[in-house]
Design a protein around this ligand. Structure first.
Ligand code: X2W
Length: 289
């Protein structure tokens, strides 16, 4: 217990270089008082697993050392692109979703498993407790079998495997694969899966870790914060807001509409996760309503 307290004090000292110790203590206290599954869902894009794994591991390790257990859901988009290419499968998307044939699904399953285990093993090597969850969370249905093939939309979320992991203070690391009631595995877009997970858990913090580290304005600068209640219309009317960003903001708006007012969504980089969680200033883009 004392070791734990000492670790906390050391970390608070370290962190105070980026915010005041008092501020950090306040956040730590607030997060520690939450029910474990209400703390945070962290969505990790495949690009982050590829380019910023070390920073991700350090940030998750830090959270575990201060006694907090985030729930991690990851994608594998760029890895899938590469492996599909190697397997001679041409990439085809409809509205940003990957058309998935039975042959492509084999690649999807293999790549998700490899990426999931790579993250879990890298965490465990750093003495971070983490549990690999490859199935059993997302009950899915075919989104549009004719146009998309083996692609799923999430119908229901089974929290049991996540809760079991949280009970032992182990970080659940979840792949975005779904299963139909008949047991057919489906490829689920990781942002969609993260959103449904968040709806089921109602967490305080939702953090999307991306390569860009936030939403970018017309000059390519990160937008600090967006209040959707007052700024949504104005933002959507901006000619420079490209379609991908528009879609993301729209999805986040719908998500926030289904969450308590105290919840917020942020988009940042893995190395800035602690700063985002423990300082008023935060990092990346904070989105509230
Ligand atoms: C995605 C799943 C991976 C994903 C795909 O096949 O690329 C569908 O499009 P990121 O790295 O988070 O983008 N699924 C149906 O979403 O990964």
């Amino acid at each position: 217990m004392d070791t734990h307290k000492n670790t906390r004090q050391t970390i608070v000292r370290l962190l105070s270089s980026m915010g005041s110790a008092k501020e950090i203590q306040q956040y730590l206290k607030r997060f520690s008082q939450l029910d474990a599954k209400r703390f945070a869902v962290v969505k990790v894009g495949g690009a982050v697993l590829r380019d910023e794994l070390d920073a991700l591991i350090s940030s998750l390790s830090f959270l575990q050392q201060v006694g907090l257990t985030p729930i991690v859901l990851h994608g594998a988009g760029p890895q899938l692109d590469a492996e599909m290419k190697a397997a001679g499968i041409e990439k085809q998307t409809v509205d940003g979703l990957r058309v998935t044939s039975p042959k492509a699904l084999e690649v999807v399953r293999r790549v998700f498993q490899a990426q999931n285990l790579r993250l879990v093993e890298a965490l465990q090597e750093m003495d971070v407790r983490a549990t690999s969850i490859l199935s059993g969370v997302f009950e899915a249905r075919f989104l549009d079998r004719d146009r998309l093939g083996l692609v799923g939309g999430v119908d229901a979320v089974n929290l049991a495997p996540i809760e079991a992991s949280l009970r032992i203070g182990s970080i659940p690391v979840i792949a975005s694969l779904g299963e139909t009631a008949e047991g057919q595995i489906l490829n689920v877009n990781a942002d969609f899966a993260a959103n449904e997970l968040v709806r089921a858990l109602q967490p305080y913090k939702i953090v999307f870790l991306t390569g860009t580290g936030g939403l970018l304005d017309e000059h390519g600068q990160i937008i600090d914060s967006i209040n959707l209640r007052t700024e949504y219309e104005h933002l959507m009317a901006q000619p420079w807001l490209h379609s991908g960003m528009r879609l993301k903001i729209d999805q986040i708006k719908h998500l926030l509409d289904d969450l308590p007012l105290t919840s917020s969504v942020s988009i940042t980089r893995p190395g800035q996760l602690a700063k985002e969680l423990f300082t008023h200033k935060g990092s990346g883009t904070l989105i509230r309503r």
